[in-house]
Design a protein around this ligand. Structure first.
Ligand SMILES: [Zn+2]
Length: 182
């Protein structure tokens, strides 16, 4: 189980391992908002197992960090489907896998942002190589854009009931429903 970390403003930030959450509490950097389950022993202390913590000091999280493009979010955004041949993860053959492709290759000045990365099967990725889409004659099914709720959609899947209540409180029931439906 992981712990939902809220900013001092109560904005849900991320999920952290329980051990890390306990450390933050012991160090006085966070307070426990909700505990759930048996307590955790740390050093000589028994601490309630945190399900939701809130940072004591407000942390400014740079946008680029909050919306970091990891493959988990990237593949989710693209529906676990190669954006060139359209095959989904289940359609891939043995030894093929989903990868991250850069529309404009890094070696040609492309960046790692949402608008330049997309999900591609390893075969399409290899075929495209260091070519631009026009050069390779390979164009994505959908133009890549920054997603809205992918970060949270991923988090929601692992939230306990207590934790999802905080998401709902902060973002509203409609957003929670949307996220759960993704
Ligand atoms: Zn493909």
């Amino acid at each position: 189980m992981r712990c939902l970390a809220l900013n001092a403003s109560f904005e849900p930030l991320t999920m952290v391992p329980v051990r890390r959450a306990v450390r933050l509490v012991i160090d006085g950097k966070a307070e426990i908002v909700e505990a759930e389950g048996t307590s955790v022993r740390s050093e000589r202390l028994a601490v309630p197992r945190p399900a939701v913590i809130r940072l004591v000091k407000f942390v400014h999280v740079p946008r680029r960090f909050r919306r970091q493009v990891t493959n988990i979010f990237l593949f989710a955004r693209d529906g676990y489907r190669c954006q060139f041949c359209g095959r989904s993860q289940h359609d891939l053959r043995h030894r093929e896998c989903l990868t991250r492709d850069h529309l404009i290759p890094l070696s040609r000045g492309g960046h790692n942002g949402w608008s330049n990365v997309l999900t591609a099967c390893s075969t399409c990725n290899t075929r495209k190589g260091n070519l631009l889409p026009e050069e390779a004659g390979m164009h994505p099914l959908r133009a890549p854009v920054e997603p809205h709720f992918v970060h949270l959609a991923w988090a929601v899947r692992r939230l306990t009931r207590i934790q999802s209540r905080y998401i709902k409180t902060f973002y509203g029931a409609d957003v929670l429903r949307t996220l759960e439906g993704l």
